[in-house]
Write a protein that binds this ligand. Structure first.
Ligand SMILES: [Zn+2]
Length: 106
């Protein structure tokens, strides 16, 4: 796979955005990807303990939410974590409500 903007070879990772020029590589509605929305950092509605910040970050990074919470709790002990969480709470938009995807569309 190559970037359509700058021609950088992207390998098999197929990121949503070109790491070289930042061009969006997957436009909504095109390609076989089941995820049509450009990935946005939002507070998760499905996976939340307090405000969904950790769940949202985990969804964004595609990692285990528990891992993010672990880091968040560790950061809390450093002092800056709590403030960072509050800032993220304020800054991050809440995930849009989405109807459950229908299996018939696959
Ligand atoms: Zn590019």
């Amino acid at each position: 796979m190559f970037c359509t903007q700058c021609g950088t070879q992207l390998g098999e990772a197929e990121p949503n955005f070109c790491p070289s020029c930042g061009a969006q590589l997957r436009s909504p509605g095109s390609g076989p990807s089941f995820s049509t929305n450009a990935r946005r950092l939002t507070r998760s509605r499905r996976d939340r303990k307090i405000a969904g910040v950790c769940g949202g970050i985990a969804e964004y990074l595609d990692v285990d939410p528990t891992l993010i919470r672990l880091v968040a709790v560790l950061a809390l002990f450093c002092g800056a974590g709590f403030l960072a969480y509050i800032v993220a709470w304020i800054v991050l938009p809440e995930e849009e409500l989405q109807p459950m995807p229908s299996p018939a569309t696959i």
